[in-house]
Design a protein around this ligand. Sequence first.
Ligand SMILES: [Zn+2]
Ligand SMILES: [Zn+2]
Length: 388
Amino acid sequence: MSARDWIDKDFYRELGVSSTASDADIKKAYRKLARELHPDANPGNAEAEARFKAVSEAYGVLGDPEKRKQYDEARRLFGSGGLRGFGTGGGGFDVGDLFGTGGQGAAGGGFSGLGDILGGLFGRRGQGSAAGRPRRGADVETEVRIDFLEAVKGATVPLRLSSPSTCGTCNGNGARPGTSPRTCPTCNGAGLINRSQGAFAFSEPCRDCRGTGRIVDDPCPECGGDGISTKSRTLTVRIPAGVEDDQKIRLAEQGEPGQNGGHAGDLYVRVHVTPHSVFGRAGNDITISVPVTFQELALGSTLTVPTLDGKVSLRVAPGTANGRVFRVRGKGVVKREGATGDLLVTVQAAVPAKLNDEAKAALEAYAQATAGEDPRPELTALLKQRSD
Ligand SMILES: [Zn+2]
Ligand SMILES: [Zn+2]
């Protein structure tokens, strides 16, 4: 049965009762007609059989108080001449037209009953617009760039966000300043209409107020009646100590505002960390590479190494290997949870690009003094095999 069919049928006329007839009267009328038209009493009478079916169908709806209510409501909403405010002028009835969904509407769609008609309508629409129920706001994602030390120590940064928020002109009620929304008379402000079909009871957004429970006669010029306008806001964001490059920080309920009292969405801040010229990061550890001379490693020395907020002395024993990593405890990232990283110091022998005469002579003398020492005995052994 199509929507048009359903609306077109006059079940009251089928049963010969008025639309205000009591349930008892309807039952009485049906029993009388059913007896008269029953196929057993009218063998071979096709007309009686058709009438019998029509009467049964009519009673199937009117005999069930809940279905009767739906039917009445549908006739009130959709019935010829009964359209309220939709201005279809009594022409071709197209459910889709009412909701701007064009051709995908009811034309040709086989609706099995009123619940389907309304359920379909509101289901389609309900996904886009808020039902009367609280609806959580959308999550928002943004980015921020901080420098290395801010990431290590944590920082408070101002964040400028352009996002939908409560309209400041109307304070979110959608009405032009000086006016106010009125309570929707259809749902009495609930935003929902309760319906049931068979054993299923369900609520649907009120179509007159689009589920808001309120009707705005004179919309706010700023937000057009939505109560939400896009605007910039500056948010102070606390970046926790030890944040990593590309890490996302979640700020609960700092996203888009919710609707109908729903929670705001979350704000996700993707943090970009500008690298430091000296320090690096390895998790909670801070890394630093310290250029040293050959003689500092060979003879031993005491290095002064910068830390994040000061300096430490580092004793390099004579004969320290190039590239060795020293661990200075507790000089890394200090997290609020108590996890503290270390400072990892890598010594890196630097070869002078130029030598003065005195240095050159001294190095040549050193080379002479160590002439018998092979710095790469394993390779020498390997090369010896090759030449054999
Ligand atoms: Zn507004
Ligand atoms: Zn309403």
